[in-house]
Design a protein around this ligand. Structure first.
Ligand code: ZN
Length: 145
């Protein structure tokens, strides 16, 4: 089949594929906004370009797709039937990249958290998650680790 996508549509599609402004992320952004938390999006100067960054509590939050980032035990993280070697390698790279970003961020003093796509269905669940994540840090001086 001949590719008949207009360039604009193609770049829109590619941004969807890359995972920017995907629906689960939008849901988390909406919830964070509704709760009044201040955050920045896609800080490219930070390792792994965290989806949401909360400067006040120094929290870097990733909204991960269960399939691409391999949510353990999640049924959305199934393995495609065809070309298993290809997928294994691709997934291993993704997981490795995520892990590297987490380590690098923690070295820089960020608390790193992941909210999974399948956990973003219920706005109330997101709100509870964000509140627990972001209020704990503002309680007092940082504990030495
Ligand atoms: Zn999941």
């Amino acid at each position: 089949m001949i590719d008949r996508l207009a360039p604009e549509h193609r770049s829109w599609l590619m941004s969807r594929v890359r995972g920017t402004n995907t629906t689960p992320e939008m849901r988390v952004r909406r919830a964070a906004h509704a709760l009044g938390f201040r955050f920045r999006l896609h800080r490219k100067d930070l390792p792994g370009t965290p989806d949401l960054v909360f400067p006040k509590t120094r929290v870097a939050l990733f909204v991960h797709g269960c399939f691409w980032h391999r949510h353990l035990g999640c049924k959305k993280a199934s393995l495609p039937k065809t070309r298993p070697e290809y997928w294994h390698q691709k997934f291993a790279l993704n997981v490795e990249r995520d892990e590297r970003a987490r380590v690098a961020l923690e070295r820089l003093g960020w608390k790193v958290s992941v909210i999974w796509e399948c956990e973003t269905k219920d706005p109330l669940q997101i709100a509870t998650y964000l509140q627990a994540l972001l209020s704990r840090r503002s309680e007092g001086p940082r504990q030495p680790s």
